[in-house]
Design a protein around this ligand. Structure first.
Ligand code: NAD
Ligand code: UDP
Ligand code: UDP
Length: 353
């Protein structure tokens, strides 16, 4: 016989009242920074469904209220408009730290992560960092194993530029990627520092390209670009020769991995991604098959330092978290198309294909 509903420890707050006592697990108080974003909002859905109390901290930089609005009015849900670059005082059991601007601003990654680690240290919460496959840079090892240190160009330019040659354009072309990569690498370092020096319980996920409903439509990622372009009857823009590869993970697989990592005993880092590898040309073909066989393809120049290939080695997550992705690209893509169709055209064209 379980007395699971009787705990009044730090995690007992907000365990809900609707679940029968015998079935009730100890509800946790969980902060999700960036919880109004693409991945965060799907994570929030899972945690809410589990009966936990969730506090979303988001400044709506790229996130949207619509992504979490369905929880408004639920006593287990709270939404705080807050920039994680500013300190924040809360009492919680777990922190999922996802807040991160789509356009790379170093400060959010570094100062924002520092604040959330400071919070975790003060209240003894477990802290999970969503790092990225981009820490591997343009990898010289394939597929990428967690023990690989990566190949990131810290200045984000392959050749020396004199001060005079630095136009806004060259900075935009060359500085973009390294700022994000190095920001996340610094965030990983800070996370491990707090683990070693302040005994904070930490978890690190290295997320590979993820797609699904609620993804930003216009932030320039390849899957959202191709899907939106095909729906709008615009040509699919392939940057470079289209032979570069990526591995695309459906968002529900990622959320499952993040929760297993948080609940498990291992710090990581863990690669979370789908090992199915596609060239951008193949991806364009899958989008054609899924949305519009007549969609045209157009080639555009690629950005400098674009990684040539990327594919996760997920043996560590399989073995230690008992996790592996379940949704293939061909199964997952249609699941995001209906959401994009609705957001692009509004309700009147919904279900039209
Ligand atoms: P997203 O842009 O949809 O979500 C990020 C959220 O953080 C947004 O809601 C945004 O408003 C919020 N935010 C940004 N700056 C903030 C600040 N200073 N204070 C508070 N909130 C802030 O992106 P996503 O795809 O959901 O990514 C979530 C996390 O996963 C990020 O840390 C990202 O780096 C990581 N990641 C994602 C992918 C992917 O393919 N989606 C791949 C690798 C890593
Ligand atoms: N911090 C926070 N919320 C907390 C505790 C700390 O936002 O509940 C911030 C704090 O303002 C500081 C950062 O986290 O900027 C790091 O905190 P820590 O205590 O580790 O460092 P210190 O303040 O001792 O430099
Ligand atoms: N890409 C493309 N067309 C687009 C957008 C991106 O061919 O409209 C390419 C881009 O050059 C890169 C790959 O798709 O090689 C993945 O880009 P994305 O920004 O989605 O992810 P990341 O490079 O961060 O893995």
């Amino acid at each position: 016989q379980s007395h699971g509903g009787f705990g009044f420890g730090p995690g007992s707050l907000g365990s809900g009242g609707k679940i029968p006592l015998g079935l009730r697990r100890k509800g946790l108080r969980i902060v999700v920074t960036g919880g109004a974003g693409f991945v965060g909002s799907h994570l929030v859905d899972r945690l809410m469904a589990r009966g936990d109390s969730v506090i979303v901290v988001d400044n709506f930089f790229t996130g949207r209220k619509e992504n979490v609005m369905h929880h408004f009015g639920n006593p287990n849900f709270e939404m705080i408009r807050h920039d994680v670059v500013e300190p924040l005082l809360l009492e919680v059991d777990q922190i999922y730290h996802l807040a991160c601007p789509a356009s790379p601003l170093h400060k959010t990654n570094v100062v924002g992560t520092l604040n959330m680690l400071g919070l975790a240290k003060r209240v003894g919460a477990r802290f999970l960092l969503t790092s990225t496959s981009e820490v591997y840079g343009d990898p010289l090892q394939h597929p990428q194993v967690e023990t690989y240190w990566g190949n990131v160009n810290p200045i984000g330019a392959s050749h020396f530029l004199s001060l005079a040659s630095y136009t806004t354009d060259t900075v935009a072309m060359t500085g973009v990627r390294s700022c994000y990569d190095e920001g996340k690498r610094t965030a990983e370092t800070l996370t491990m520092d707090y683990h070693r020096e302040a005994a904070v319980e930490v978890r690190i996920a290295r997320i590979f390209n993820t797609y699904g409903p609620r993804m930003c439509i216009d932030d320039g990622r390849v899957v959202s670009n191709f899907v939106a372009q095909a729906l709008r009857k615009e040509p699919l823009t392939i940057y470079g020769d289209g032979k570069q590869t990526r591995s695309f993970q459906y968002v529900s697989d990622l959320v499952e991995g993040l929760i297993r990592l948080m609940e498990g005993e291992h710090v990581g880092p863990f690669n979370l991604g789908n090992p199915g590898e596609f060239t951008m040309f193949e991806l364009a073909q899958v989008v054609q098959e899924t949305i519009d066989p007549n969609a045209r393809i157009e080639f555009r120049p690629n950005t400098e330092d674009d990684p040539h290939k990327r594919k996760p080695d997920i043996r560590r997550a399989k073995e230690l978290l008992g996790w592996k992705p379940k949704v293939s690209l061909r199964k997952g893509l249609p699941l995001m198309v209906s959401d994009f169709r609705q957001r692009i055209f509004g309700d009147h064209k919904e279900g039209g294909g």
